[in-house]
Design a protein around this ligand. Structure first.
Ligand code: FES
Length: 366
């Protein structure tokens, strides 16, 4: 192919940075200088388009700043074992102390097929009875478990859904799962926060996959239980929902709501008060990712500001028929609402501009 040389600037100034992104016309280049030699490859990562020129050097490899894929800085080959997953290489020459690049690449991009993660399949509700998942966010020493009022009431709700209301049920205790906290891929770029979650795709040992599977693909109803900790939901609850950014981000990136026709309800208990604040947060968050709510979408219980006698709190909850009935009826209301939206008003229509994302995100295409 004909060579098309473009002047990138003086060699001395270009040497001063080990790695930089340079845009030449419509082409984005990752230009590197290491061990006395320049290298130029495409600045667009094979994965989901991360800016390689803004990454870092690891010897002769450029590490993508989004999810750490590596490409050889002069050949564009993927790291050892993935050589065929390569980005275009560009020819360079030096004349009169200036660096020139041939903007017609000398190799082509080649993306090796990566088996898609099963979470990324289409969301299709399979036939069958209403499916209810309970998610307990209580933290405790699982080898020496203690009585948790929110966990206990959730158990009552889920058992009632299964035994009396004919639902299929699942119970997830976040405390039993090993999962990483959100590492802020969204903070690098909306496009870096992928569905399935970047962590889930990179780390097979991360067990939040069970929650994603239940939430997005399996359940019609989720009931989330949390204790109140210093006036807020449990830290494990926040660790979980931060990882749901990838669900909400599909609305931003692709105008696509992964959650549709699903119900959320909540069980909130605490030694001290702040129920309405915790409930307000939970309602707002789950509304924003696409859930709808039954009438009276949460039940709650607290001992109150002056009551530090937590032993009595356990005894109270254990004995309270009102709380048990409340938990059961929360399950009933949630299931009833799921039946209404699934059987009487199933909207096949695609949700458009969901939630607060009324405006499309303008991201420059590479
Ligand atoms: S590793 Fe480059 S975009 Fe994900």
């Amino acid at each position: 192919m004909e060579k098309n040389w473009a002047d990138l600037g003086s060699v001395d100034s270009l040497k001063s940075q080990p790695l930089q992104e340079i845009v030449v016309g419509k082409i984005t280049i990752a230009l590197s200088y290491y061990d006395g030699k320049f290298g130029a490859i495409s600045g667009v990562c094979n994965h989901v388009g991360g800016p390689l020129g803004k990454g870092k050097l690891d010897g002769d490899y450029i590490v993508c700043p989004w999810h750490n894929w590596k490409f050889h800085r002069t050949t564009g080959f993927g790291e050892p074992g993935f050589e065929e997953d390569r980005v275009p290489q560009f020819e360079l020459k030096i004349e009169n102390d200036h660096l020139f690049i041939n903007t017609n690449s000398i190799t082509n991009r080649n993306k090796l097929p990566h088996p898609p993660h099963s979470l990324g399949r289409d969301v299709i509700r399979e036939d069958g009875p209403i499916r209810v998942v309970g998610i307990s966010t209580t933290i405790m020493d699982s080898k020496n478990p203690r009585y948790s009022t929110s966990d206990k009431l959730l158990e009552i709700a889920i058992n009632h859904a299964k035994n009396e209301l004919g639902a299929q049920t699942m119970f997830i205790r976040l405390n039993d799962l090993k999962f990483r906290a959100c590492e802020g891929y969204y903070s690098k770029s909306a496009k870096a926060c992928t569905w399935p979650c970047s962590i889930t795709q990179m780390d097979e040992t991360d067990q939040l996959v069970q929650v994603y599977e239940a939430l997005v693909h399996w359940a019609d109803v989720i009931i989330v239980a949390t204790p109140i900790r210093w006036g807020a939901a449990s830290s494990l609850y926040y660790k979980m929902i931060e990882r749901f950014n990838c669900i909400q981000n599909q609305i931003t990136l692709n105008n696509k709501s992964l959650i549709q026709n699903k119900i959320a309800s909540f069980i909130i208990t605490g030694g001290q008060d702040n129920v309405q604040d915790v409930a307000g947060h939970m309602l707002g968050f789950f509304a924003e990712v696409g859930f709808v709510f039954p009438p009276f979408p949460f039940i709650a219980h607290t001992r109150g500001w002056d009551a530090e006698d937590m032993e009595n709190n356990i005894a109270y909850v254990e004995k309270s028929e009102g709380l048990k009935e409340g938990a059961k009826d929360l399950a009933r209301r949630s299931i009833e609402m799921a039946k209404i939206i699934l059987h009487e008003h199933v909207s096949e229509q695609k949700i458009v501009k969901a939630g607060r994302k009324a405006q499309p995100l303008k991201i420059s295409e590479d």
